[in-house]
Design a protein around this ligand. Structure first.
Ligand SMILES: [Zn+2]
Length: 143
């Protein structure tokens, strides 16, 4: 499916209208290692000639997050960032420079995360909707 149709289907599935700002935001965030702040999204879209206001970006990020289409998280400096990469992945956070890299779960030995989620649900009586795994560190130095 072409990217555009994929986003349209995704929005429809969530009961959301397909609008140009939503489409552009999803296209920007649905990439490996793309974890942008609202201001960065604003700047990137403007640089690409898309005339959009920062308040429109904020509003749409909020709606997309509320509907589970993108994820929101804080980086080491407390900045709110958004992630829309649809490939299941974990984050590798570099404590030296704050960079966040994506590692697809498919590149790792099979982890039975669903089993862990089920165990947490049984223990707490919660319904888990979402979770995130973040590894923090830095490249190992040669001695
Ligand atoms: Zn990510």
């Amino acid at each position: 499916m072409a990217e555009k149709e994929r986003y349209r289907a995704k929005l429809k599935e969530a009961g959301l209208r397909h609008t140009l700002p939503r489409d552009r935001i999803l296209a920007l965030l649905d990439k490996k290692n793309a974890h942008y702040t609202p201001e960065e999204i604003f700047k990137k879209l403007r640089d690409r000639g898309f005339d959009v206001g920062l308040s429109t970006i904020y509003l749409n990020l909020h709606v997309l997050r509320e509907h589970g289409i993108i994820q929101e998280f804080r980086d080491l400096h407390g900045n709110t960032r958004y992630d829309g990469w649809t490939e299941p992945h974990v984050h590798l956070v570099n404590l030296e420079n704050g960079k966040i890299e994506d590692i697809p779960l498919g590149d790792l030995p099979e982890l039975n995360l669903q089993e862990v989620v089920s165990a947490v649900e049984q223990k707490t009586g919660w319904k888990i909707k979402d979770f995130r795994i973040e590894f923090r560190g830095a490249p190992a130095k040669e001695e």
